[in-house]
Every structure is written in C-alpha cells, then in structure tokens.
Design a protein around this ligand. Structure first.
Ligand SMILES: [Zn+2]
Ligand SMILES: [Zn+2]
Length: 166
C-alpha cells in the first residue's frame, strides 16, 4: 500500500465513523497503526515531526475523539498512563510486565465478551470482563529468576485483575 493509499484509507475510516478529517486525527491514527499500545506523550512524539506545533493537549483531544468514535481502544493498567491502540473490534486481553510495563496482546480464550461470568451479578447486566494478566516479560524474567530463584511462570498465574462494567 502506498502512503497516499494508506492516508486515503485512514481518512475514509474517520468519515465512516462520523468524524471530520483533520491532519492531527489522520496523523494520530497512523502513529498508532501497528504500534501496539502508546500513551499520549508517545503519540505526540511520533506526530510532532510531521505536524510541528501540535500541542500535547490537542493530542489528548484527538485521542478522546477517536476513542469516543470507537476507532481506538483505551486501556489503563494500574501504574500506567492511559494507553491507546488501534486493535479494536475483538475482545483481546493484555499481558503486562510488572517490572518494565511492557504490554502484549493475548487473544480472548472465549472470543466473545464477557468471557468470564461472576457467580452473582447483583442485578447488573454484564457486558464485558476486562482481564489483565500481570507477570514478567521475556526480557525481565531471567534477571528476576536469578535473584530470587522464583519461577516466573508461577507469578503470571498469581494475579488476574478483573473489572466488570455494566
Ligand atoms: Zn519486562
Ligand atoms: Zn491490545
């Protein structure tokens, strides 16, 4: 795909989401395409070369608009700023490294939200279960295993954080 075609494709996504096509919106979507999970500052760093003078506040505004229109997903693991990603429309979960905060996507084992159901719902209608697996990434694992003698794989199972929203 040429850059021109990619840009037209991005503009089309904005239009079909009911958003006006603006240079910052296109740049933010392109910055996030295929780049995993970025916070507002990392997005800002990536687009400021192309759009000098773009303020961090306008990046926040753009991210809000794109998230509100369903073009971006936002995750907020404890201890991290809000992170944005362009992988939307599936129910994937996240692995987060407790040491370096690296994040990896992991497919939902069930495929459809909610993939977990509580024993009692207290009258809530459950839409989704947000699952975060905390553990150590491949880069951090050897060091910690050396110093503590712990099997890192045991830590991955130790905590899964659940948030149910209704
Ligand atoms: Zn790590
Ligand atoms: Zn993700």
């Amino acid at each position: 795909m040429t850059t021109e075609t990619a840009r037209e494709h991005t503009a089309e996504r904005l239009r079909s989401a009911g958003l006006k096509v603006t240079a910052p919106r296109v740049a933010v979507l392109e910055a996030l395409a295929g780049h995993g999970h970025l916070d507002a500052h990392s997005v800002h760093e990536r687009i400021v070369a192309e759009l000098p003078g773009t303020s961090i506040q306008s990046v926040y505004n753009v991210l809000d608009a794109l998230h509100g229109a369903g073009l971006l997903r936002r995750i907020e693991p404890a201890g991290s700023p809000a992170l944005y990603e362009s992988r939307i429309g599936d129910n994937h979960h996240h692995l987060v490294c407790t040491r370096c905060h690296a994040i990896a996507d992991v497919d939902c084992v069930v495929g459809q939200p909610p993939c977990l159901a509580p024993n009692t719902t207290n009258g809530f209608t459950i839409h989704t279960a947000e699952v975060t697996f905390w553990g150590l990434c491949a880069d951090c694992r050897p060091t910690v295993t050396d110093s503590t003698g712990l099997e890192a794989s045991a830590e991955l199972e130790a905590s899964a954080e659940l948030e149910a929203s209704a």
